[in-house]
Design a protein around this ligand. Structure first.
Ligand SMILES: Cc1cc2nc3c(=O)[nH]c(=O)nc-3n(C[C@H](O)[C@H](O)[C@H](O)COP(=O)(O)OP(=O)(O)OC[C@H]3O[C@@H](n4cnc5c(N)ncnc54)[C@H](O)[C@@H]3O)c2cc1C
Ligand code: FES
Ligand code: FES
Length: 1451
């Protein structure tokens, strides 16, 4: 690029950037960095010590990359701390600013209080999301203490209600522990909790019942609060109990949440609602202490006895064992003084391929844009970076405009000028705050109308995540002209005007006709949006409301949104109406016909009816409309108008403000704090041993490993056809690019045979040869110097295809085409010939149960680093895999060496959930091949979209079933045919279907059973293991047939469940006795503790009284069989070394993915060797310490590996016994070890374990060995509320009672239960994978389109307890504990069952009596359409004869 057009710019422009990173000055010039690099790329490239900031998605949707950008506000001058997505932020955006990453807060030697508390309160599991969450909270805390408006106060509302965490996702924890940790910084919250909640349910004062924090930690004055547990137990302060948090109406969710007692669980009426509370026994083991003064971290540490913390603990005997460091805001990182003087200068930064220009004045900008009309303006970059990253857009000239202060200008309304006017690039978060304060300002005498402000605020509250709102702008939103922009309908409805700037001067444009086509506007070329003016001159008789419905409430793009503004005169005549919709066309539209219809008419119900009629015709959508969901979208459009009309009644007819919307309330709930089975170390609530490293960002994941000399980066070339012949592959352009090392394809394999792999059948290839059978199948890999380059080069590889016909995507299509994986066909049968029994049954019913799959969405995508050793074919492999041995096996195959040359190592994964069981081997094998060919270390961490396209999901199922039953509701026979969508290869789909078959009766004894399963072969990604492994898919069928039986007989569904429950000793259809059967007791306990019977009556009453809001409640049981289905896999192995300083190194065959396996195994070793937990360490798992391991899966990690560790320790104890005899029972391990060594006794041994009593023979209907070792059991009582007009739902309360045997570590088990429940809730409700009908590509390729539950989806009251005072005489597991990873997941489906209950009432109101279709997930779309009312009927869009199929395929 030559000289730029504006001479003042050219004269002044500098070419380097100055900023600070965690207090260190960074001076970058253009030659040192790729101009395409984001802030995240830069930070992570700094290597060790700065890898806490993670890449989870690269599209602003997960928050793993959150950093805090500290700067002076450009106009207000105050110090601001903005949580920002580093993955979207251009480097130029931080010039003159201070970037703080998680490492800037503290480290494990000296953690920040946030890091310490999150660790101690089990706020992390896999830890991959944790640094990002810490940083969002850090921004919140710093803002509370630095923004004068906040007065140093952090409130629970700040944390939970105002969206501070809505841009962060966690896939493991279920969020509650994170919120609990954060709330320890809120003095008021603690005061309330301590005064009311920290008591056992019976009001008994229990000295062990402790609060999770101390006063000093929360900056509270002890004198302020009443801590005595006796107080207020039975007399809750009614004001407190009804103190809902009211917010202005967020769109689309208006009536979904009733006032809820936020301390409901705390009053003695139900379980205690203390947050995950640590008992006296629950002291976490700290990291080894380095200084005596710090103590060991335990509250009772003798070294702390003279410290303040120690004193506090003594003063209150019920005080926590967890003592937290106080938060001292004045010790935080300061704003570097040098930056205060930093002057922003025009900047030109880049190279010949891409250059960034950063003007600092509007005039410079206008000049530059005139000179380069094709340049890309970049504001918050939230849209532009998505285009660069996901759509491979190339912008050779980018003009960064967010440092131009006039574009931030803000002018508030005054009586003489009732306008809200703001600069186009004012960040959305600031606009939101402005709206909030305008709304909070005294309203009388009204100098300006608040309706438009309310509407803007409503849309902003649910607009993207906080990190995006902190940088993204209205100008960027308007210029993008997205058809689902949340704000554009508001601008149209409120009559906003836009001031644009061109070289020839300002230009004013109305928003009503601004959008003219798909992403097309009336903005002239080279025009800059400068300001937006919102008129606030509507009087009190103008009502303005905005609505939005998405799949998820927080951080989700709209399915449909709208804004309505209507002026009704004193005579009740509609004088003006402006209605605008997003999501109903290719651009934001208004509805002139409907508006014209209502204007001049009376504001009556009849007018509404007519308007709905006109609107239905005006917004017609075709069946195959892009974006799909035509019926839902049309129904929503109608429902919003209906909602608006009703909302307008309050101010217009009743002259009151419309009922305040009660937003999501503050979650509460309890876990029972005691550790009933605590031994010395085992059985105690120890936080995850890596927890502190998670929270400080020190935990190293595969892609955090330091770059090696000469290392290359691999980028996959994926198929862009679902079913096609490969005609040719041309990588010549890629190979001609500077810095590209090589291209790897199938022809680089040692033989064609080496390309074939698979877990249960060798039926797929690592790299496609001459055919692809799914979209996104790997064809090759480009290896280049950097990731950005490798990915650019991979995009240039040309693949020519010849289509082989339409892809088979759905189960139904597979059935029509007879497309199965023929290797698999299994059956479980017991009792008499099934058709005969069904024929003779008193009653029969049949049905089809359908359910979609589920994307794992582990926060860390699959990653692998292969280091060739150049000797004997040796390779060292670091892989994020649950199955190191599989990885080793396949790498040995593709590199043609024996397995003993391949060392596979894994320290930890950022989540696995089954998704990293078999599928990582494909990536590892390809990377190994690339390393071999390029003779250099090669690394690859998949982008989120690559991960989703290539690595498989939970299996969708379709089940045809028929049951026979008596008039009393006793089910006598079950016949079922199960079909799973396995995808293009078999993988372990057979095992998944096996488990579904073995769980289809769930907790119900059915004497005659005949169930069969098949795996459908389709042209989708190969589906694989996912937490529950077919169990939930089987069990959900039982909920369907129980519902149908109850419906057909007119019986209470709980009664039908009850009379069909197993009894102790009865046999499952696969002839295994059900022993230690606690489900009946769990049901009863849960019924009582959750006050279920009363609440059911309440639900019925509520539903009688409400037409559009409905509640539902469900109490469902689960029984989950523990063991691998393949007998051989039920083995574990360990290697334990004792060193002479008394420290112990434990290695075993399991891998750590956040589930706490390392922690539990270390506890077992510590217990057996009689040493403190801190003396035991696990460094990693690897194929050269423990060979031939089984995958860590099937919830069996601690069962198998824990027992193996135990056995190794038993052997070591045997060897040490003579020395114990000699040195005495209290001899330290170091002295024992020294003595043993001196006597030449080995201090290292392996341990081995094989699970006894297994040996079920499939397809042999007679009694053989057991299929499972035991059953983990549980129940959940769940209540929901549904907004039947929008399909939105809220989980009001969940009570879980779980039998985990004698828990090895209740803190971890609670975390597993809460996390699994939340995942199950996601599976059953909002998580929906969609495939594009026209080409078979998966549409839901990232967090933008695929929604997992977020912070505000968790139950508002969430109580969890573990079964205690029970016997397990038949349980022979390690320390009588039970596997817990998968079993609670099914309980999450109770949310869908409760929604069905709510919908039953809605459907009855609509005159529909038949049982609704059973299809999961219960998305907002399915909920809305199932309600079946007159609006849904009006909105239904039918496929026309001969018309095209829908936009999406539901597989
Ligand atoms: C994770 C995620 C979630 C999102 N959620 C939502 C959501 O809930 N609702 C919603 O509506 N949108 C959403 N978006 C879209 C996007 O964030 C918004 O459109 C945002 O307002 C864009 O602003 P920006 O400043 O970041 O724009 P940029 O990305 O900087 O620019 C976007 C476009 O606007 C142009 N532009 C920017 N400023 C000006 C100007 N002053 N004059 C002329 N042109 C200009 C740019 O050239 C570019 O073409 C989301 C995006 C992401 C990544
Ligand atoms: S990595 Fe940035 S938001 Fe996900
Ligand atoms: S701990 Fe949050 S994603 Fe694993």
């Amino acid at each position: 690029m030559g000289d730029v057009g504006d001479s003042s710019f050219s004269a002044q422009a500098i070419d380097s950037i100055l900023f600070y990173l965690n207090g260190t000055r960074i001076h970058l010039n253009a030659s040192t960095i790729d101009p395409d690099a984001t802030l995240l790329d830069f930070i992570r490239a700094q290597g060790p010590g700065l890898t806490g900031t993670k890449l989870g998605c690269g599209e602003g949707g997960c928050g793993a990359c959150t950093v805090v950008v500290q700067s002076r506000h450009p106009t207000r001058g105050v110090l601001q701390h903005l949580a920002v997505n580093a993955c979207l932020a251009p480097i130029v955006s931080v010039d003159g600013k201070h970037v703080i990453t998680v490492e800037g807060l503290g480290d494990s030697e000296n953690p920040h209080p946030l890091q310490e508390r999150m660790w101690k309160m089990s706020g992390s599991q896999c830890g991959f999301c944790t640094p990002g969450i810490i940083m969002s909270l850090y921004a919140l805390m710093r803002t509370a203490h630095s923004d004068p408006a906040k007065l140093g106060r952090l409130t629970v509302e700040d944390i939970e209600l105002n969206g501070a965490l809505d841009g962060n996702l966690c896939r493991c924890t279920g969020y509650k522990t994170i919120l609990d940790s954060a709330k320890t910084f809120v003095g008021d919250y603690l005061a309330q909790a301590q005064g009311k909640g920290i008591c056992p349910p019976d009001g008994r004062v229990d000295k062990d019942f402790v609060v999770p924090v101390n006063y000093a930690a929360a900056n509270m004055d002890e004198g302020e609060v009443v801590v005595c547990c006796k107080m207020n137990i039975n007399e809750p302060d009614p004001k407190e109990l009804s103190s809902d948090i009211a917010l202005p109406a967020p769109s689309g969710h208006e009536s979904s949440v009733p006032p809820i007692d936020k301390f409901a669980g705390a009053t003695g009426r139900t379980a205690p609602i203390v947050t995950t509370t640590m008992s006296k026994n629950a002291a976490p083991t700290p990291p080894p202490s380095t200084s005596a003064s710090k103590g060991c971290g335990r509250a009772d540490c003798c070294r702390l006895s003279t410290s303040n913390e120690g004193k506090a603990a003594k003063k209150h005997p019920w005080f926590p064992r967890f003592t937290f460091r106080p938060y001292k805001p004045n010790t935080e990182l300061i704003f570097p003084p040098a930056l205060s003087k930093h002057e922003l200068k025009p900047l030109r930064f880049g190279n010949s391929e891409r250059v960034w220009l950063r003007p600092t004045t509007l005039e410079q900008l206008v000049g530059l844009y005139e000179a380069f009309p094709h340049a890309k303006l970049v504001g918050g970059s939230s849209e532009v970076q998505i285009e660069v990253k996901l759509k491979a857009q190339v912008y050779p000239i980018s003009i960064y405009i967010s440092d131009i202060y006039p574009l931030y200008a803000l002018s508030l309304p005054t009586p003489s000028r009732p306008y809200l006017e703001f600069g186009a690039n004012l960040p959305l978060a600031e606009l939101e705050l402005t709206c909030q304060s305008l709304l909070a300002a005294p309203s009388a005498p009204a100098s300006y109308a608040k309706g438009p402000i309310e509407a803007i605020r409503a849309q902003l509250r649910y607009f993207a995540g906080w990190q995006i709102r902190n940088v993204a702008s209205v100008g960027g939103n308007i210029a993008t002209a997205s058809p689902i922009s949340d704000l554009n309908p508001v601008w149209i409805a409120v009559g906003a005007r836009l001031i644009a700037r061109t070289a020839s001067g300002p230009l004013e444009l109305g928003m009503d006709d601004f959008f003219v086509g798909y992403r097309k506007t009336r903005l002239p070329p080279a025009a800059i949006i400068e300001r937006i003016m919102v008129p606030l001159d509507g009087g009190p008789r103008e009502v303005v409301k905005a609505y939005k419905q998405a799949k998820r409430r927080d951080d989700d793009i709209a399915i449909v949104n709208s804004c309505f503004a209507m002026l009704v005169d004193e005579d009740g005549i509609i004088a003006r109406a402006r209605f605008a919709y997003g999501g109903m066309a290719a651009w934001t539209v208004s509805t002139p016909k409907t508006q014209a219809f209502v204007i001049g008419k009376r504001f009556t119900h009849e007018t509404l009816e007519g308007a709905l009629q006109v609107l239905a015709a005006e917004i017609d959508l075709p069946f195959d409309v892009p974006g799909g969901m035509p019926s839902f979208r049309k129904t929503l459009a109608l429902s919003f108008l209906f909602k608006f009309w009703n909302a307008a009644r309050s101010p217009l007819i009743h002259k009151t403000s419309s009922a305040a919307f009660t937003a999501k309330l503050i979650p509460a709930g309890a876990t029972i704090p005691q550790d009933p089975y605590a031994q010395d170390v085992v059985g105690k609530q120890e936080p995850h041993l890596s927890g502190l490293k998670h929270t400080t960002g020190e935990a190293v994941y595969t892609d955090d490993m330091p770059a090696l000399q000469n290392e290359g980066y691999g980028a996959l070339v994926l198929s862009t056809r679902a079913r096609a012949k490969i005609i040719s592959v041309d990588a010549s352009h890629a190979l001609s690019m500077d810095g590209v090392h090589t291209f790897v394809s199938h022809s680089d394999l040692p033989s064609p045979k080496a390309n074939w792999w698979g877990t249960s059948a060798l039926d797929e290839v690592f790299l496609a040869v001459d055919e692809v059978t799914a979209y996104g199948q790997p064809i090759g890999m480009v290896v280049a110097k950097t990731k950005i380059l490798a990915q650019k080069a991979a995009r240039t590889v040309k693949v020519a295809y010849e289509d082989l016909g339409p892809p088979i995507l759905t189960i139904e299509e597979a059935l029509e085409n007879g497309s199965f994986h023929e290797q698999y066909d299994r059956r479980i049968a017991r009792g008499d010939e099934i058709d005969g029994v069904l024929g003779a049954a008193e009653h029969v019913a049949e049905g089809i149960t359908r359910m979609g799959g589920q994307e794992h969405f582990y926060l860390e995508t699959m990653a692998c680093l292969v280091v060739p050793k150049f000797e004997s074919g040796e390779m060292e492999v670091f892989s994020s895999t649950q199955a190191l041995t599989d990885c080793q096996r396949w790498i040995a195959q593709v590199t043609a060496v024996p397995r003993n040359r391949i060392v596979c190592r894994g320290k930890r994964m950022g989540g696995g959930f089954g998704g990293k069981e078999t599928r990582p081997s494909q990536l590892a094998a390809i990377v190994a091949l690339a390393a071999k060919k390029s003779k250099r270390p090669v690394r690859c961490m998949l982008d989120r979209s690559e991960d989703i396209q290539t690595t498989g999901q939970r299996h969708p199922f379709l089940v045809n079933w028929k049951v026979g039953f008596t008039s009393e509701g006793k089910i006598t026979a079950l016949k079922a045919q199960l079909y799973a969508n396995a995808g293009y290869s078999l993988d372990i789909s057979g095992g998944v279907v096996d488990r579904a078959l073995a769980h289809i009766e769930n907790c119900f004894y059915i004497p005659h059973v005949d169930v069969r399963g098949r795996c459908c072969k389709t042209n989708t990604v190969s589906n694989t293991a996912f937490r529950g492994f077919g169990g939930p898919q089987g069990m959900i069928v039982s909920e369907h047939y129980v519902e149908v039986v109850a419906h057909q007989l007119g019986l209470d569904i709980d009664r039908v469940r009850e009379i069909n429950l197993y009894k102790e000793g009865e046999e499952t259809p696969y002839h295994q006795e059900v022993l230690d059967w606690h489900v009946p007791r769990l049901l009863e306990d849960c019924r009582v503790s959750s006050d279920y019977d009363r609440r059911r009556v309440e639900v019925d009453r509520f539903n009688d009284e409400h037409r559009w809001r409905k509640r539902g409640i469900a109490l469902i049981p689960t029984k989950f069989g523990l063991a691998f289905g393949v007998k051989a896999m039920n083995q574990g192995a360990a290697l334990v070394h004792i060193y002479m300083d008394g420290s112990v190194l434990v290695a075993h065959g399991g891998t750590e993915m956040g589930q706490g396996l390392y922690t539990k195994c270390c506890q077992i070793a510590a217990e057996e060797l009689r040493i403190p937990l801190e003396a035991v360490f696990t460094s990693e798992s690897s194929s050269n310490t423990v060979p031939n391991t089984v995958a860590t899966a099937a919830s069996s990690g601690s069962d198998l590996q824990g027992y193996a560790v135990h056995n190794a320790c038993v052997e070591l104890n045997k060897r040490l016994e003579p020395f114990r005899q000699k040195l005495g029972p209290d001899a330290s391990l170091s002295s024992l070890a020294a003595a043993a060594w001196a006597d030449r006794v080995s201090l290292s041994t392996t341990g081995y374990y094989k699970a006894p009593g297994l040996g079920y023979e499939w397809n042999n209907m007679k009694k053989s060995g057991n299929l499972f070792m035991y059953f983990t059991q549980g129940v959940a009582a769940t209540e929901v509320e549904v907004d039947t007009l929008t399909g939105d739902h809220t989980v009001l309360r969940v009570d879980i009672h779980m039998d985990v045997g004698k828990s090895l570590n209740p803190a971890i088990d609670y975390g597993q239960i809460e996390g699994a429940f939340t995942q199950g809730q996601g599976w059953a409700t909002i998580e929906e994978s969609l495939w594009l009908r026209h080409n078979g590509a998966i549409f839901t390729q990232g967090p933008g389109a695929y929604k997992l539950p977020g912070f505000s989806d968790i139950p508002q009251v969430f109580n969890v307890s573990l079964l205690r005072d029970a016997e397990w005489p038949n349980l022979h597991s390690i320390k009588s504990s039970k596997g817990i990873g998968e079993p609670p997941l099914f309980l999450g489906a109770s949310v869908a069952i409760a929604i069905r209950h709510a919908l039953k009432s809605a459907r009855e109101d609509a005159g529909i009596t038949e049982v609704q279709e059973f299809r999961l997930p219960m998305t907002s779309e399915r909920i809305r359409m199932a309600a079946g009312d007159f609006l849904a009927q009006k909105g239904a869009v039918k496929k026309r004869e001969g018309g095209r199929d829908g936009f999406f395929a539901y597989i």
